[in-house]
Write a protein that binds this ligand. Structure first.
Ligand SMILES: Nc1nc(O)c(N)c(N[C@@H]2O[C@H](COP(=O)(O)O)[C@@H](O)[C@H]2O)n1
Ligand code: ZN
Length: 372
């Protein structure tokens, strides 16, 4: 890999990141076309159903694409989805070299895009800034490879590790900067999910509020056009349809209660999904499989200690986002996770991958340490 390959791919990744809030169920992809040491075209994928990154870049390059190199953060596609194959478009435009950061994990592509380019006499190189490209599309990759979405659990806690007062009161532990960061976590997710206890306690709506995102006009508009699906897990259908969550727009309710109530929810524009479980608890793994089948790449769990603890105990969590506020909530306040552990050996091993100040609070990102 030359220094310039690295630099052009870094630029393509920068463009791909513009799709952070809007491409799902599709991946975030950027493309740069370079001829004689000059960028002659670039582009990024904004929204499923719209042109792929390569097509935007080729359109901008026009005739200058002939004899040029295309840098793409994901292998060019070879299939007819909502749009035609990009590999064919690159061949037709006379591109002579393609550098891809990673192979497309979509089984419909999975190496066939690169093969088609090679068969057309195009020089192909893979693996440039692969780790960065994988990180950007970790949810898409996990869904394609396992049939499950990436699960991110957001928790807000005091310095003494508490999340809510004994009464359930939990709003406004953290400050405005942390709340904006949570808004961006919601906006990048395909699904934002919570449980009945949380909604009954604090009246959460789980919406993306454009004025709190802190993004520019273009990305805010895209995020608004592609809001996450709001999902409530309510095994026994305890949350009334008059709750702010239901008043805020259409939602999906996962339950193990009998389907007799379906009409009540449908009449109000919501979907009731029966997921069998035990003792009034929805089977979380089955729910995640269903959400992935509907195209969910990233699921954000914003729940209380019981539901967040259940995701954790079942080994379904890929990432914890912990917002830590400079407060003590005291010993009668609620713990972070309902994790009944008896011995240190049972404590799940975690790796902290990022820690930074967010306004007056701190954000810690931790992932399961699967190696230990
Ligand atoms: N290489 C590439 N560039 C893009 O900009 C993309 N969005 C993709 N996506 C791949 O194609 C599938 C979606 O196809 P349609 O948008 O429905 O035509 C997606 O699953 C990826 O495999 N690839
Ligand atoms: Zn494509």
């Amino acid at each position: 890999m030359s220094n310039s390959d690295h630099a052009y791919m870094a630029r393509a990744l920068e463009l791909a990141r513009k799709g952070l809030y809007s491409t799902h169920p599709n991946p975030r992809v950027g493309c740069v076309i370079v001829r004689d040491g000059k960028i002659v075209g670039d582009g990024w994928h904004a929204k499923a159903g719209e042109p792929h990154a390569e097509v935007h870049a080729l359109r901008q390059a026009g005739d200058k694409a002939r004899g040029a190199t295309a840098y793409v953060t994901l292998e060019p596609c070879s299939h007819h989805g909502r749009t035609p194959p990009c590999a064919d478009a690159l061949i037709a435009a006379g591109i002579t070299r393609v550098v891809a950061a990673m192979q497309d994990p979509n089984p419909e592509v999975a190496g066939r895009g690169l093969l088609r380019l090679m068969n057309a006499g195009i020089a192909v190189q893979g693996g440039v800034l692969e780790a960065e490209a994988r990180a950007l599309n970790a949810g898409f990759t996990k869904r394609m490879e396992t049939g499950l979405p990436l699960v991110r659990v957001k928790l807000a806690m005091s310095l003494d590790g508490r999340t809510a007062m004994a009464s359930g009161e939990s709003q406004w532990i953290t400050g405005p900067a942390a709340r904006a960061a949570v808004q961006r976590l919601r906006a990048r997710s395909s699904v934002v999910l919570s449980g009945a206890d949380t909604l009954l306690a604090d009246g959460a709506r789980l919406t993306v509020r454009p004025d709190e995102l802190g993004l520019g006009a273009e990305l805010t508009a895209l995020a608004q056009a592609r809001p996450p699906l709001r999902v409530l897990i309510d095994g026994r259908l305890r949350v009334p349809l008059s709750a702010p969550f239901f008043q805020a727009g259409p939602a999906l309710v996962a339950t193990c209660a009998a389907a007799t109530s379906r009409c009540r929810y449908q009449d109000d524009g919501h979907e009731l999904l029966a997921i069998p479980g035990s003792s009034g608890h929805v089977d979380l793994r089955k729910l995640l499989l269903e959400l992935a089948a509907r195209g969910a790449n990233e699921v954000l769990v914003e729940a209380g200690p019981k539901l967040a603890g259940a995701f954790s105990r079942l080994g379904l969590v890929d990432e914890y986002q912990l917002f830590v506020a400079p407060k003590f909530l005291g010993s009668s306040a609620r713990p972070l996770l309902d994790l009944p552990l008896a011995r240190m050996a049972e404590a799940p091993a975690l790796k902290i991958v990022d820690m930074r100040a967010v306004g007056d609070d701190w954000r810690i990102v931790a992932v399961p340490d699967r190696a230990s």
